[in-house]
Design a protein around this ligand. Structure first.
Ligand code: PMP
Length: 459
């Protein structure tokens, strides 16, 4: 069925009927969408026959790489056996039981309980409801406010978009909802002034303490953050930040929540981002790498303290038709097992991750308008800057990033611009040779980019 139409026909029908997420519809339709028809390993193929290196693993999710033959087999078998049943009516099924058991094995110690959703946004919304319910059950009904961060990303639902700190999302639809406040992000390059990164990490954590005191500790339910801010531009906090955040949350009796939707399932070389930064949250949210995008599924992990309290509260009035969907659960199970048993996560930690980080810094550190070259495991970024010596960013943050991103696209390499941060998160199965190839193309694109900056009089 797929190959019955021409690219033009697909584009016309797409423009006529399909609204794309986070897209300026009219400008896309003038141009026409790129039609992706198949994928294998780290490569995508479009309807024009182009082979494109996916330096973003889709939307940071195809951890295991494209084109696995075993996962569709698992899906087929599960569909034939039990395509669907819910887990509301005092029922369960083997697929969800096996997945939960495996997740308790790969999760950091103390996380033995999971609640299923269909996406990262649903995981975040579920977490918001759990956090508020937790304090209800504890008899502290005023503890309702969640603290998020400016430039954090927690999804597109009303709860997730509110908790996130993307002002361009807040502006569309009267967000945030009540009971959600924000503090500044721990981005040393912009906010660190003359502090060392370590000093700045403590100063940034202090912003959270200040906010708790401003709102009143008796009203604050939780602090929520991504271990590394992903969509905000791969902001890697200083090493001092997360342990200090944990200390502050403990001091004021506030739940600590990590949004591991991007960092989870091996992206950083550890199973979860919290293990890189040495902190232990009470709850963490996941999706993406849980199934490597082969099925839509998310999961919220709870420590014993939270799980026990929610259970003491009796009914938790929350859940989705597809919570723990059998096909999604079976595929997620096979995916997580393969990430572990095939040594894919270990390889990111010990081999390809360190290699990428070394090469990434060597290749991009040499450009005149690139600075803050950073990353861990297979998540990395750099920032396009006007003047390295003074840490001066370009005006109209994001304009230059798009220019740069478009040059990568033209050269069949997908890296993403988040403002003027250029970010990358390829499938975890990328080999060292493929890393070399990716960086060689990227370096050529950067030469072209810096040439264009000069030609356009932007520097
Ligand atoms: N949290 C984080 C940290 C994310 O990066 C994302 C998606 N990029 C989400 C939540 C939302 O996930 P989804 O798009 O699956 O709803």
């Amino acid at each position: 069925m797929q190959n019955q139409r021409t690219t033009t026909e697909w584009r016309e029908l797409d423009a006529a009927h399909h609204l794309h997420p986070f897209t300026d519809t009219n400008s896309l339709n003038e141009q026409g969408a790129r039609v992706i028809t198949k994928a294998d390993g780290i490569y995508l193929y479009d309807s024009e026959g182009n082979k494109i290196l996916d330096g973003m693993a889709g939307l940071w999710c195809v951890n295991i790489g494209y084109g696995r033959k075993d996962l569709p087999e698992v899906a087929k078998r599960q569909m034939e056996q039990l395509a669907y049943y819910n887990t509301f009516f005092k029922t369960t099924h083997p697929a969800v039981v096996e997945l939960s058991h495996l997740l308790a094995e790969v999760a950091p110690q103390g996380f033995k309980h999971v609640f299923y959703t269909n996406s990262g946004s649903e995981s975040v919304d579920t977490m918001i409801r759990m956090v508020r319910r937790y304090w209800d059950v504890k008899g502290k009904k005023d503890k309702k406010t969640l603290i998020g961060r400016w430039n954090g990303y927690h999804g597109s639902t009303i709860g997730g978009a509110s908790l996130g700190g993307m002002t361009y999302m807040h502006e569309q639809g009267d967000l945030p909802i009540p009971g959600i406040v924000h503090v500044e992000q721990p981005w040393w390059y912009k906010h660190g002034k003359d502090m060392t990164p370590e000093e700045f990490g403590l100063a940034a954590a202090k912003w959270v303490e200040d906010k708790i005191l401003e709102v009143g500790a008796d009203k604050v339910a939780a602090f929520v953050g991504e271990p590394i801010q992903g969509a905000g531009g791969v902001i890697v906090p200083p090493s001092t930040y997360w342990p200090e955040i944990q200390r502050i949350c403990q001091k004021y009796d506030i739940l600590l929540v990590a949004d591991e939707v991007i960092c989870g399932f091996g992206r950083t070389g550890e199973w979860f981002g919290q293990q890189v930064f040495g902190f232990t949250p009470d709850i963490f949210t996941t999706a993406k790498g849980l199934s490597s995008g082969y099925q839509p599924i998310g999961a919220v992990f709870l420590n014993d303290k939270v799980a026990t309290t929610l259970a003491e509260g009796g009914d938790f009035n929350h859940g989705f038709t597809y919570s723990g969907h059998p096909v999604a659960a079976a595929v997620a199970h096979a995916n997580v097992k393969a990430l572990r048993d095939e040594g894919i996560v270990d390889r990111v930690k010990n081999d390809t991750g360190p290699y990428m980080q070394k090469r990434w810094r060597e290749v991009f550190g040499q450009f005149e308008h690139v600075d803050d070259v950073r990353g861990v495991g297979l998540i990395q970024a750099f920032t396009l800057v006007k003047n390295k010596a003074t840490r001066e960013l370009f005006p109209n943050f994001g304009e230059i990033g798009t220019l740069c991103r478009d040059i990568f696209f033209k050269n069949n390499l997908i890296m993403r611009a988040c403002g003027d941060h250029i970010v990358s998160a390829p499938p975890l199965v990328i080999s060292k040779e493929e890393i070399d190839q990716m960086l060689e193309t990227a370096a050529k694109c950067m030469v072209e980019f810096e040439k264009q900056l000069k030609e356009r009089g932007l520097v």
